[in-house]
Design a protein around this ligand. Sequence first.
Ligand code: ADP
Length: 776
Amino acid sequence: DVADLPGVPEWLPDHLRDDGIEELYPPQAEAVEAGVTEGENLVASIPTASGKTLIAELAMLSSVARGGKALYIVPLRALASEKQADFEEFEQYGLDIGVSTGNYESEGGWLADKDIVVATSEKVDSLVRNDAPWIEDLTCVVTDEVHLVDDGERGPTLEVTLAKLRRLNPDLQTVALSATIGNAEALATWLDAGLVDSDWRPIELQKGVHYGQALHLEDGSQQRLSVQNNEKQTAAIVRDTLEDDGSTLVFVNSRRNAEAAAGRLANTVRPHLSTEERDQLADIAEEIRDVSDTETSDELADAVADGAAFHHAGLSRGHRELVEEAFRDRLVKVVCATPTLAAGVNTPSRRVVVRDWRRYDGSAGGMAPLSVLEVHQMMGRAGRPGLDPYGEAVLIASSHDEVDELFERYVWADPEPVRSKLAAEPALRTHILATVASGFARSREGLLEFLEQTLYASQTDDSSQLERVVDDVLTYLQRNDFLEIEAGELDATSLGHTVSRLYLDPMSAAEIVDGLRDWERGASDSTSASGSPAETPAEAPADSGFTTASELAEEANGSDDPDRDPDDISALGLFHLVSRTPDMYQLYLRSGDREEYEMELFEREEELLGPTPSEFEEGRFEDWLSALKTARLLEDWATEVDEATITERYGVGPGDIRGKVETAQWLLGAAESLASEVDLDAARAISEARIRVEHGVREELVDLAGVRGVGRKRARRLFQAGITDRAQLRDADKAVVLAALRGRRKTAENVLESAGHRDPSMEGVEPAPDVSVDLD
Ligand code: ADP
């Protein structure tokens, strides 16, 4: 009973009852018995939608009630806002909630007064690197989706961050929440924690496989579920669910497939909608179109008008939220999603269809099956407690044999064990530098001792692999001037400290510094110091008889031009420089792209910083071209090409443009700091490129677009009306401004106010006629 919880604030039982929670679910009760409300460490490995959030809340609220401060670590930024909304319910009882996303460099001083802070593991890592003083006040840390330590890219950060937090605060309560995994006890051992390992679910879940005209269920029964003429299996299931007034979540393996499936399933849903639903959906479709003016936006709006939607990481946040809300309100009847949705966003539905159980995996060189863990997480979204009698999760088989295979592989299978991915060079490169820079270790032995506190160490008996990678990384960091080793003492250089605080991969920093230096030197005699020791590129055969691209580059860059003016570095050159760092996700080269970007490279090679790799270095040359494609996207954005054209030209979604732009902004900001750190005189060119990419404008609009409320389109209109900078805007003729802003009074007033106009009021002002005619 919620009345019998030790250690929680006295208002909590009533609050829970108001939310319809009278009794704890069994795994929650186990967690309380294990002392989660009394400061004990806990690992809870329980199925999706079985009430993990409440376990987190019990831990955090009781810790805060004892005068402490709690941190909740989320795996995705998208989840931070959802958790923030959850926890803000407690503000009525005087608690303060803070969310830390945004810039990596800041130490988030304002979070010092918060009782509960929500942040991603990367953000927490960066706060530790920047010595956020309040980190030492933490008494409780909760990690959501801790099984993601298994993720090669992001897992090590979570692992190292937890180890650092626990070392800084030896009494810290650590609570780790996980999906059901094969080795929860390993996580518990690592974190010195009690364990709740349960399969309990609040609503019954039936897993099954559809083939032919039947749904084969795990209890051995079969349901007739017939596929009509020309209908796909997924459509048949969606239709069957609709006939029972239920909704379906369909998981597919790519964005494009999600979009295509939603478009097709709209036809299935449309006949089932009532007039009233159609009207409401039409309104939501309009809101979706208002979010952005792109093909994706149009496609989504069209599907939503018919009660179907797609959901993937290429959507903007506004789109995602509208889709999730409409699905929860049962207006949208089917959502086709890529697996990102399964990871956390709370969108249960009557049925889940896992349509694709393979996805493209670059490292496997083709299609590879999804993990059991992932498929179970998707399946776990089926069934809404209190609303549905039970949930059904269905895999789709395309042959009779596949029915058996899918039962074996997923329905009856146990999830895989989670394994640390720390002992890999890219991960350790960045974490070893940070660990030394923030004083967690001062010698090689100290470093190894610190790494002993990671999951990796607790999972291996053989420490030689880790030692080997550590030594390689130390050599790399020393060679690139990030670390000094003297008489066994490790010390970060000033550059090393900067890199750690900027949250850069040291290899990115090396690439940027080398690129800028190359430019200054005229590039003719450069030898690049970047590149990891394990990845020393193969040289082109010296006598091959071909002129390589890098030889051409040397000719083009010319030794007769030793000291080029840093102000001449083009925006494209800088965009390319940051796009080839490991911190930027580059665009892929699609078929046909290679020729196009080789041409582009030939034409614009002089603008790029550093020597072009030879075509014989397959990997590096390819990488160089992908970076060029990415840089071209950024350049288009920074020359005011509209969003719709960019999405089409590069085959990306609007969310991808935002992602690239934000990353470029961050990396260019970091490049500015690095340039001044190593006394390179390129700050002006970099800063201009950064502002251009931030606002998506050409050079001449940099000043105007920086005025709050202006942005790229309005800046261009003002410019065309003869207002070319902030100072002119401040003293502008209001009639001209109003006309340039298409008669929108409120906007015009806001813009004039932020520019510092004496009297921004638009009352009685009429738009100047000649300007508006000119514009339209
Ligand atoms: P998870 O994080 O494990 O995926 P959630 O914490 O989001 O799951 O919980 C799923 C739903 O169950 C939420 O809507 C929550 O309000 C509800 N819930 C949690 N605990 C209880 C309980 N003890 N009694 C009734 N409902 C509960």
